[in-house]
Ligand binder design. Structure first.
Ligand code: XUL
Ligand code: CO
Length: 441
């Protein structure tokens, strides 16, 4: 297919002094930061639904961007989306992409026909990937929340028939993920929650959600899927209460149902803030539980209580995010998927590129800062010193399991009031160090 964005060339790294809006100022794919190239550390991905399908439609109005890609026929459009997505990725040096089944090709009446058409597009995508071996599927997922049949949920629907339909859809999406070499498969519980407990059997719904995940794991492993399953927490929207509320809730759920060995978390920044957490909190909870997997990179608006899915431009947040990623040992199967859409008013084709450039430069800065936070060492040393009482003496005895409650009583009685091991939390000092690191790059 011929070039779609004829007036936009390959986006080059020009450095922080450049004023070219169509250039990277901080993202230099082959530069080594923290022992790996930026490309390897950041593993950027394009989200098919926003980049190729999102046209700016919101609750108050129709789309502002033409995302028909010049094609009226749905299958011709689906193929054009493949070609144009690859052009966008190529021009932006993005190596990964993510999709819902229905982002690739829509529903066509019967499930059999929908599946046949989906297979055609997956085959087209597979061929395209063969021709462009640097482009890889980060993760796939099934859109089990859009169609009216899912109005009461998919895995948590009161209807067993709907559960079966969702299972069929997930089976197909898993097959496509494996066929395309994807190393991740996401469960985002789009309508897996409730509007009112007056009509809801919560216990059954949670058990069923786990049953669906267990079936997906068993089937996925049986067809050779060796990657990670992910749950993507979100506290609300579209339902009033989503079962996958936040990282801690999801980890408890996965442990309860024996799914923790096959699943990790896909953490989204805007979902974290909807749960009244920071992005870093959600990542930290995942990391300390060895459940960190992948990231949906975006940001919300502090004044709005919904999922605005903005391209991430907050460098401070990106730095704290990348600090958690580096401390987790970096990405393995996961990556940074821009689950983000251009604002409704940013409706031009150029805006697509400006948005990705902004997001990628933000995370490049975040990576540089996070690496410096670690090599600088002041912050990590502060934390290590703060907990030093656990390394020797009574602290070490508690950790080793040697000390009993009675031993601690005897210790406290002998020691008297605690004074010498209390030190300042140093919050402002650390915030000042953070600023010093950020502005001395
Ligand atoms: C919705 C959301 C989804 C998931 C995939 O808030 O984040 O796009 O990432 O289903
Ligand atoms: Co997401």
């Amino acid at each position: 297919m011929s070039e779609f964005f004829k007036n936009i060339g390959k986006i080059a790294y020009e450095g922080k002094g450049s004023d070219n809006p169509m250039a990277f100022k901080y993202y230099n794919p082959d530069e080594v930061v923290g022992g790996k190239t930026m490309k390897e550390q950041l593993k950027f991905a394009l989200a098919w639904w926003h980049a190729m399908g999102g046209d700016g439609t919101d609750m108050f109005g129709c789309g502002t961007t033409d995302k028909s890609w010049g094609q009226c026929d749905p299958m011709a459009r689906a193929r054009a989306k493949v070609d144009i997505a690859f052009e966008i990725m190529d021009k932006l040096s993005i190596d990964y992409f993510c999709w819902h089944d229905r982002d690739l090709s829509p529903e066509f009446g019967s499930l059999a026909e929908t599946n046949a058409k989906f297979d055609e597009i997956v085959a087209y995508l597979e061929q395209k990937m063969k021709e462009n071996p640097s482009k890889k599927l980060l993760w796939g997922t099934a859109k089990c929340f859009d169609h009216p049949r899912y109005m009461h949920g998919a895995g948590t629907s009161p209807s067993a028939d709907v559960f079966a339909y969702a299972a069929a859809q997930i089976k197909k999406a898993l097959e496509a993920t494996v066929r395309l070499g994807g190393q991740g498969y996401v469960f985002w519980g789009g309508r897996e929650g409730y509007e009112t407990l007056l009509n809801t059997d919560m216990g059954l719904e949670l058990d069923n959600m786990a049953r669906l995940m267990r079936m997906a794991v068993d089937y996925g492993r049986s067809i050779g899927f060796t990657g990670d399953f992910y749950v993507e927490p979100k506290p609300k929207e579209p339902t009033k209460h989503q079962y996958d509320f936040d990282s801690a809730t999801v980890i408890g759920f996965l442990n309860k149902y024996g799914l923790a060995n096959d699943f990790k978390l896909n953490i989204e920044a805007n979902h974290a803030t909807l749960a009244q957490h920071t992005f870093q909190h959600e990542l930290r909870v995942a990391r300390v539980n060895n459940m960190f997997g992948s990231i949906d990179a975006n940001q919300g608006d502090t004044l709005l209580g919904w999922d605005t899915d903005q391209f991430p431009t907050n460098v401070y947040e990106a730095a704290l995010c990348m600090y958690e990623v580096l401390k987790a040992g970096g990405f393995t199967n996961g990556g940074l998927n821009f689950d983000a859409k251009t604002r409704r008013g940013s409706y031009t084709m150029d805006d697509i590129f400006h948005s990705f450039i902004a997001g990628m430069d933000t995370f490049a800065l975040g990576l540089r800062i996070a690496d410096k936070m670690i090599t600088d060492g002041r912050m990590d040393k502060f934390v290590a010193d703060r907990y030093a009482s656990w390394n020797t003496g009574i602290g070490a005895d508690i950790i080793s399991g040697k000390a009993t409650l009675a031993d601690l009583e005897a210790y406290a009685l002998a020691k008297g009031e605690v004074t010498d091991s209390l030190t300042s939390g140093g919050q402002e000092k650390l915030e000042s160090i953070m600023n010093n690191i950020m502005f001395n790059l």
